[in-house]
Design a protein. Sequence first.
Length: 471
Amino acid sequence: MTSGFRINHAKDNAANYAINTNLSTKISAYQVAEDNAIMGLDMVQTANSSLSQVSDILTRLRSLEMYVQNGTYGKGSLSAIKKEASALTAEISRILNNTEYGDKLFTTPARETQSGFVNEVVHRDTSAMTTLESVDETVKLTSGTYSISSAKELAKLATMTNNALVGTGVEFVLGADIDLSEYSNGEGWVSIGSNLVLSARFRAKFDGNGYVVSNLYMNSFNKKECLGLFGFCGGGCEIKNLGIEDVDITLNSTTGALAGYVENVTISNCYVKRGKINSCGNAGGLFGHLAGYNNTSLVTDCYSDVSVTSTQYAGGISGHMGNTIIRNCSSYSIIKSLTKEWGAGGITGGCYISKNTMSRACQIENCQVFNVNEELRGVIVAALVPQEGFDLLPLTINNCSYDSYYKGCAVGGELYGAVVLNNITTFAGQALESPSFQVGINGNESSKIGYSMDLLLDGVELFGFLGEKQI
């Protein structure tokens, strides 16, 4: 019996058979745990192999950046460098999107998002309206309603506005979705309205009519004015019911997908979704700067869901604001400021709090900041900006909420005693489980091996402005 040769049936020796069966079961469990551990290590090795490839590509991108900065290459060479950089970043995306071990290994936490307009839009009939195409672009428009149904017509609006040929009593209405892909070369799209000439600011009304402008591309380091689909929107301007999707913006100025700078305007039911905005100036998902002088600007029912990176203030809705009310707006964007002295905020980056004869208090009401964003200096506002010599005018934030990941700091930086917070709440965001394997037999977290990595590769697009070289 001690040899174990006769412990084959319960009738031989019931007690010893029970012991043998129990030991065999445990040994089998450890063998399964060993197999799981091997699979877990294989998973890590698979990820490591892909990361090695990414590392090699990043090394090459760094070399390209140095080539650009040394100042010896001409325009043709810089163009070739940009093409290679684009191909390399595409290869990084391919590697990260296709590295799998049962599940995709390079997944980031699931992100909240939104589709369509905050408020449903019923299309206006534009068939009886005068088309902008039929208008003489050398004659100033002072009244009337005009339809826009093509990229060519929208570009014509930009030309006429920038030539000071669009007055305040005019309305433009989109009659169809507009694809701006044909303006994806060189410096790309030319903004509607300019801050360089007072009379060239866009002061009319624009109804997106529930349609979408897509593939907005802008790439310039030479222009210093405020830029976006609209450049500068001034007194009395109204923009509503407009969607912007798939943006690719790299600029050296105050920048937003919808508008670079707006002043004394009303914006409602607009959004930007998918794409990136990179700028050396204040940058926001929708606006570079929101301002109001004598009158307060009002932004309602808008949201952004893009990547925003700036060397100054960065925000989900606006890079900077002053004398403005932002109401019922949401940010799903990934926001980053490359300069700690400035900072990124979920709704806005900087906020003026100085009181003078032309200013009114800023308000942020019923707004939400979704998704976890490690780069935020303040979850709602990055920093308050007082102006020397003026009294302080408090910022009021009412009924706003953000992901419970954040433990505080709705407003970053020094508060100057100039913030009023009412009913600030948090909510539980979404999360995505990482792939893991059970390597022990106890079934608890300490006996699991898993792999999770969040790769943020904003810099690989050569967004350093590279010694003022435009690539």
